[in-house]
Ligand binder design. Structure first.
Ligand code: MN
Length: 711
């Protein structure tokens, strides 16, 4: 088959809006693609190049720019042929090469799980898309053609592709407002996954629509004549609701088809916003509106940029019908979303065009990538964002905020401003004070009550669902960790210096710098805290650094006779992330303790008799003691109760623990030979006194129980 022939209908589509030189480039790309894919065939038996050409056609119907169409024609050459990105870049430009690379799968040569490969490929695509939106336009057109021709694939592959499409590409299409493509993808997935249901339902819908259509047409006629009389230029049509949305509604509400009322929607497209509201007034003056169904998406656009007025009206003796009213521009966005927006061409937002909301969402991917660990994490996070519906709430000043459904007071605070979020304590909604994890409902006005200083803690990550809030909280926590490491490191160094009869204040600044350099630290200019941070995180040993600071040669050092008694360092329990309590021995205030410095992790506190201390180098160990106020914090401790008669024993022990104001964190059971049973608990307590009291209380409750600590 000749590629020139294949491009004929494509060419007529293109010549309607592109200049001849762009069309010539696209033609070049078609020839290049045909040559690269020569000999390959689709499962349908057609030459492979028919696929990229169909993809390009879909994009030409959306009137996308020359770069997108060129990339569409070439979208499979990197994945399926020996052509390299470099060659593409040279022949068709960097933009085209980048878009094609963005839609190409990551090839692992089989040494990674499918889940991992899928997640990595997804992350790569989303990041490429955040650099250039055209990546996703190509990907959606590609997926559409693959779904249109899916019947040629084996059954299990059909199902897998359809699931993936519903899970990933349908929500993405929805999120960027490409509704025409989304609807077709949904219908194809439905037909693939449930062929029988699809067949039966489409027949039933067709029958029902024949009955309803007449009534709907009468309504259209009547509205049309009123609009004409009012001199409002317009086009009006009735549209069948699409099959998949009917199916979803039946499933969701668990109703039969005959109970679904809104099988049709009437769409009025007018010239201006002003005409939208005039038409709405007119429709409401003829037909009674259904209460609670009016929605003004013009004043409050959906997150994907969708704008329209929605209302449902009762026609005399008829079922209620939904009426949608919008301007021509709004209609283009409603059908094709971001593809209708010139801004997509500017990809990363470098252009003059303001980015629509959907574009900003895409750009937020780069930030999301920074704060998520693995591609699988990233995938999960984006999916939450993708599937969320929207909720609209107000600031006290009446400003509207659109957030993902399920968003909390905390998310709202961060949507207002990062500083507001970081320092918020709780909120007032109406006359009620509500906590930060309160889920928002439409129309609420939210007053955030702030503290003076930021005080985000890790538990906030459980209350925030929006990417913006989560990124801000994570960044803040990182900064806090950094501060704690510096404070702690400084303290460790001071203590070490004291042992050498020296003071940190007496050490010159350049001395600190040169010591840092000697210890192999690459100094960031102006970062005076570098050494402290290194020590605080356990990357440098405080005594080693102290010696470097005090002695200028080994001789000096040898001459120094250290008889001073070693002062143990004090643990307050409030050091934060730089001090950990060992999970092997669970030390609590009252226990004798010894510290072990771990590179990169700071200090781990062990019980002085813990076996694991044997594996720690002497230079990494340090004497510790608890501060008097350390018992104001809570510490985890592992205990085991061994009992002969287990019936009711768990309840008994648990209630004794609760009586003593301790919390149970977890419970485990161990089988013991014979009649014995062992129950292990992790509980949180303030100190050894409290723990001993708990032991006494439990053992006094039943003579058959022995309790001990687990070490
Ligand atoms: Mn393809």
């Amino acid at each position: 088959m000749q590629p020139e022939i294949l491009t004929a209908d494509l060419e007529s589509l293109l010549s309607a809006y592109l200049d001849p030189s762009s069309i010539a480039t696209i033609h070049q790309a078609c020839l290049f693609s045909a040559e690269a894919h020569a000999g390959q065939t689709r499962l349908s038996g057609e030459p492979f190049v028919s696929h990229p050409l169909q993809v390009a056609k879909t994009m030409a119907e959306l009137r996308l720019d020359a770069v997108t169409i060129t990339a569409g024609v070439l979208h499979d050459v990197l994945e399926d042929t020996p052509v390299t990105k470099k060659i593409l870049s040279k022949k068709f430009g960097r933009a085209v090469a980048n878009v094609v690379d963005g839609v190409s799968k990551i090839d692992h040569l089989g040494h990674a799980s499918r889940q991992m490969t899928q997640a990595e490929t997804f992350q790569k695509m989303m990041l490429a898309m955040s650099m250039d939106l055209r990546v996703i336009l190509v990907k959606l057109a590609d997926r559409l053609h693959n779904m249109r021709t899916i019947t040629h694939a084996p059954r299990d592959k059909q199902r897998r592709i359809a699931c993936e499409t519903l899970e990933i590409f349908v929500p993405i299409a929805q999120r960027i407002g490409m509704d025409t493509i989304r609807r077709e993808l949904e219908r194809l997935c439905f037909a693939t996954l449930h062929p029988l249901r699809h067949r039966v339902l489409s027949k039933a819908v067709e029958r029902r629509n024949r009955e309803l259509k007449k009534a709907c047409d009468r309504l259209v006629q009547s509205i049309r004549s009123h609009l004409r009389a009012a001199n409002i230029k317009h086009s009006i049509e009735s549209r069948e609701k699409h099959l998949f949305s009917i199916y979803q509604k039946m499933k969701e509400k668990n109703v039969k088809l005959s109970r679904i009322m809104d099988m049709f929607a009437i769409r009025i497209v007018v010239d201006s916003v002003d005409d939208c509201y005039r038409s709405l007034g007119l429709v409401h003056s003829i037909y009674k509106p259904l209460p609670g169904r009016f929605k003004d998406y013009i004043a409050i656009p959906k997150m994907n940029g969708y704008q329209s007025l929605h209302t449902s009206v009762f026609a005399p003796n008829e079922n209620p019908v939904e009426v949608q009213i919008r301007s021509r521009d709004m209609d283009a966005v409603a059908e094709n979303g971001i593809a209708a927006h010139a801004a997509y061409k500017y990809g990363g937002g470098k252009g003059k065009q303001p980015m629509p909301a959907a574009g900003r969402w895409v750009q937020s991917m780069t930030e999301l990538k920074k704060q998520t660990g693995s591609p699988v994490d990233f995938f999960e996070n984006v999916k939450i964002d993708l599937f969320s519906d929207e909720v609209y709430v107000f600031t006290p000043q009446g400003q509207i905020k659109t957030l993902a459904k399920g968003a909390t007071v905390l998310d709202f605070a961060f949507a207002v401003h990062t500083d507001v979020g970081l320092s918020c304590r709780h909120a007032r909604i109406g006359n009620h004070i509500v906590p930060l994890d309160t889920v928002l409902r439409n129309g609420q006005t939210i007053h955030i009550v702030n503290d003076e200083r930021p005080h985000a803690d890790p538990s906030w990550l459980n209350s925030a669902i929006t990417a913006k809030a989560r990124v801000a909280i994570r960044n803040h926590l990182k900064k806090m960790d950094d501060r704690q490491a510096i404070v702690f490191g400084k303290q460790l160094l001071k203590d070490a210096l004291k042992k050498l009869n020296h003071k940190l204040e007496r050490v010159a600044k350049d001395r600190l710098q040169s010591a840092a350099q000697q210890l192999g630290a690459t100094i960031n200019k102006g970062d005076d805290n570098y050494l402290f941070r290194q020590i605080g995180l356990g990357d440098q040993l405080p005594m080693l650094v102290a010696r470097k600071l005090v002695f200028s040669s080994d001789k000096d050092e040898a001459a120094f006779d250290n008889d001073a008694p070693q002062q143990p360092m004090t643990i307050h329990g409030t050091e934060g992330i730089v001090v950990h309590y060992a999970k092997c021995c669970h030390p609590i205030p009252g226990d004798p303790i010894i510290g072990a410095l771990n590179p990169g992790r700071g200090l781990t506190v062990h019980h002085s008799q813990c076996h694991n201390l044997q594996n720690v180098d002497l230079g990494h160990k340090m004497n510790l003691r608890w501060s008097k106020t350390a018992n104001q914090q809570e510490y985890h401790v592992a205990i085991r109760a061994v009992t002969t008669h287990r019936r009711g024993m768990l309840a008994l022990i648990a209630s004794r623990i609760a009586d003593m104001n301790a919390n149970i964190e977890s419970i485990g059971f161990e089988e013991r030979p014979g009649m014995m049973a062992a129950i292990s608990f992790t509980i949180s307590v303030h100190d050894l006194n409290q723990l001993n009291a708990i032991f006494a209380k439990i053992e006094s409750a039943s003579s058959g129980v022995r309790v001990s600590r687990v070490r």
